[in-house]
Design a protein around this ligand. Structure first.
Ligand code: SAH
Length: 459
């Protein structure tokens, strides 16, 4: 017979929060039945109203908080609870870092079953605010006029706001100038349902080292009426402005950017540096959003690769070659592999820009290219992998194992898939010794990790 859940919708239960889910939600239990409670922290006791009951667990929300955790803090942003971006603003930053360390530990020790791996403390930011170098603000039309801000959690409703505390502060000025311009000249705004209107998003990029600023309006068209007025206002108000462009996106989908760029003023790219390596960035380029922590992450990856200048390095999932170019300064040669052709074009240009001649790049899916490389007899000393959230295809891991490098450095943005992959590496004789979480996204539940694997010596 089907067992009934011990909680009922709309009823209130007192519970102690004993754990935290991977997205930071508190977890309490009623007769052993798990209840997920956003915003609740371990150690807290609360009356929780049940909102939804499922087979294995329920969702609830805090009605009354009876015992408060010392890790709790008042969110700095009044919109934090409604916004999809900052799920951890109710935790002190120190507690956020402990949460992230634990998240990586849980994944590697429990999902991966690799209890011997030493998980170091999460490397935090000096200031976990205003760290993002890229912002994308949706623009819409609401009852009270133009709305510019961000999407509410789990929806496409725009919450109008003047600033965001994790973005570079120059964005506040950009949004203000663009808003005034759109209102004053009655520029038409894109309507997602009607699939009509012009302006869809404001995208900005800021070079943290160079100080260069790009403003890009994403439009359902190829022309902005009175564009010269906007350029003039931006030039007056935005220090460091070097680029004002339109991105043409006529597709009626959720994808933010279209394929074409039209120049309104200045250049179509900005340049920035991570460490000593310079990058040219277009609105379409993938570029890490937290340059300060990215430098730390890559330095760690390079340090763990333990390069002496003699090694051949294979960098899989290389994007615009960021890690490859870092590695190339310390290795004999680097081969980067990436599935997106434009990213490889950027990688090659960036290698040239920096006078780096020992980095080569190849377009293709890692799972396709690696088989060819192995057949060609390519034998790297070190392999670096930085896959997307879903992790690596098993064939990639099996082929790396066949290539028998001395070291594998695994950079990951998703601890659970990394743990799964480390387990397969382990079965194939590559042992992870340590893993270091690095916080790239303060206030959010995301965490990056660098894990070092070495080939077990034959017994
Ligand atoms: N190492 C880069 C990018 C990491 S993000 C950096 O630090 O900047 C992951 C990258 O993997 C993305 O650029 C994505 O386009 C690429 N990618 C996704 N699936 C892939 C696959 N199957 N083979 C190769 N690259 C892939």
């Amino acid at each position: 017979m089907k067992q009934k859940a011990p909680v009922e919708k709309n009823q209130v239960y007192e519970m102690t929060i004993t754990g935290q889910g991977s997205e930071g939600q508190g977890i309490g239990r009623v007769d052993g039945f798990a209840v997920f409670v956003p915003d609740a922290l371990p150690g807290e006791v609360a009356d929780v109203k049940i909102l939804k009951v499922q087979k294995q667990f329920a969702y609830g929300k805090i009605e009354t908080l009876k015992i408060t955790s010392p890790d709790r803090t008042e969110p700095k942003c009044p919109l934090a609870r409604r916004c999809g971006g900052c799920a951890l603003q109710h935790m002190t930053y120190d507690a956020q870092l402990r949460f992230k360390t634990q998240k990586v530990k849980d994944a590697i020790h429990r999902i991966g079953g690799l209890t011997h791996v030493e998980v170091k403390d999460c490397i935090g930011m000096e200031t976990p605010w205003h760290y993002r170098n890229k912002a994308q603000f949706p623009v819409g039309k609401g009852k009270n006029g133009i709305e510019i801000g961000f999407y509410a959690k789990g929806s496409h409703r725009i919450i109008d706001t003047d600033h965001c505390l994790i973005q570079h502060s120059i964005n506040d000025v950009v949004v203000e100038v663009v808003r005034q311009f759109l209102e004053q000249y009655g520029i038409s705004i894109y309507d997602q349902e009607q699939k009509k209107g012009l302006v869809r998003h404001i995208l900005t990029r800021v070079g943290f080292q160079s100080g260069e600023v790009m403003v890009c309006l994403v439009v359902n068209g190829n022309h902005l009426p009175h564009g010269e007025v906007l350029v003039k206002a931006l030039k007056e108000r935005v220090p460091g402005l070097v680029s004002v462009v339109l991105n043409e996106n006529r597709a009626h989908t959720n994808v933010i950017l279209g394929p074409k760029i039209h120049l309104l003023w200045g250049k179509t790219t900005i340049t920035d540096k991570i460490g000593e390596v310079q990058f040219e960035i277009s609105p379409l380029s993938f570029y890490q959003v937290n340059p300060v922590q990215t430098k730390r992450l890559y330095e760690l990856a390079v340090e763990q690769a333990g390069l002496s200048g003699k090694e051949r390095v294979l960098d899989l999932y290389c994007g615009i070659g960021t890690i490859s170019l870092f590695l190339a300064q310390k290795a004999k040669e680097v081969l980067g592999v990436e599935v997106i052709g434009e990213a490889i074009a950027d990688a090659k240009r960036n290698a040239q820009l920096n006078g780096i001649t020992n980095a080569r790049f190849r377009v293709g899916a890692s799972e396709d290219v690696i088989g060819l490389l192995e057949q060609e007899g390519f034998a790297p000393d070190v392999v670096v992998i930085d896959p997307p959230r879903k992790g690596c295809d098993p064939f990639v891991i099996e082929t790396i194992a066949k290539m028998a490098p001395q070291k594998v450095v695994y950079v990951s943005c998703e601890p659970s898939t990394m743990a799964r992959d480390l387990r397969l590496f382990h079965q194939l004789g590559f042992v992870a010794t340590e893993a270091t979480p690095v916080d790239q996204f303060g206030q959010s539940f995301h965490v990056e990790t660098v894990a070092l694997l070495t080939k077990e010596k034959p017994i």
